[in-house]
Design a protein around this ligand. Structure first.
Ligand code: MG
Length: 249
């Protein structure tokens, strides 16, 4: 351990006439004794899973997923490297539980446009099964802003509408920090950053609580890790190339 005193801080502190604790730093500037970050081989392209990612869907099978409805195997369709919602089979969720994470997921709304507003390419990415990043065909499709694509549903519209046309593949890159509860109450709210098709749409935003419909979000205490859930909202939304990197807090 290299404990040093930053003289400037100390002088400033004394100049204020305050007898404060000396500010110490664990490492000197440019300290060669500092541990090196682990080496991680990136994917061949930025959207492909890096070496340390957990691949949740590689286009071939749904083994990482189960039905949220009955806990059995996920019943969505697999075709040509993507999975597609099968109406009324219910949401699907990962078998593994996650807390804070980096998540990459690609989705496409049906190419043939039916419906409008919330009834058009609706699905959702529920972080920890509680916090929905909305999936919706929001290409020239007006709806309430806190329910359009990349909104934190019912809470926060995206900074911009970065939607591609229906049928085209779109990406979400999400950085999520799980909430911390203490004695059954929220101590540290969750935060979320979202890039939609590479564009920043949620900027380290503080989530207000569990997603509800037509009701103000509120935190409900839950375990430190929970499954990631994808929504069956009755629309034939497709997903592919899903990978996650759990983040240590
Ligand atoms: Mg939804």
């Amino acid at each position: 351990m290299h404990l040093i005193v930053r003289a400037g801080v100390l002088v400033a502190t004394m100049a204020l006439g305050v007898f404060a604790a000396q500010q110490v730093f664990e490492w000197e500037v440019h300290d060669m004794n500092r541990p090196r970050p682990p080496v991680v081989a990136p994917g061949a392209e930025n959207h492909l899973p890096p070496a340390d990612a957990i691949v949740l869907f590689d286009g071939t099978d749904l083994s990482a997923w189960r039905s949220s409805k009955d806990g059995g195997n996920a019943k969505w369709k697999i075709q040509d490297g993507y999975m597609e919602v099968v109406r009324d089979t219910g949401d699907i969720q990962t078998r593994q539980a996650f807390g804070s994470c980096q998540l990459h997921i690609e989705w496409a709304a049906p190419e043939v446009v039916k419906g409008s507003g919330q009834g058009r390419g609706n699905s959702g990415v529920f972080l920890m099964g509680h916090y929905e990043v909305q999936v919706l065909d929001s290409y020239e499709n007006d709806t309430y802003p806190d329910g359009q694509a990349a909104a934190i549903y019912g809470q926060k519209p995206p900074l911009v509408n970065a939607s591609r046309k229906p049928g085209q593949w779109q990406t979400y890159d999400i950085i999520f920090h799980a909430p911390v509860f203490r004695d059954g109450a929220i101590e540290k709210p969750a935060t979320v950053t979202v890039l939609h098709n590479g564009i920043l749409v949620q900027d380290h935003w503080e989530i207000q609580g569990t997603t509800f419909h037509k009701q103000r979000a509120a935190y409900q205490p839950h375990p430190d890790k929970l499954p990631l859930r994808l929504q069956d909202h009755g629309d034939l939304v497709r997903f592919r190339n899903i990978w996650i990197r759990p983040l240590d807090e």
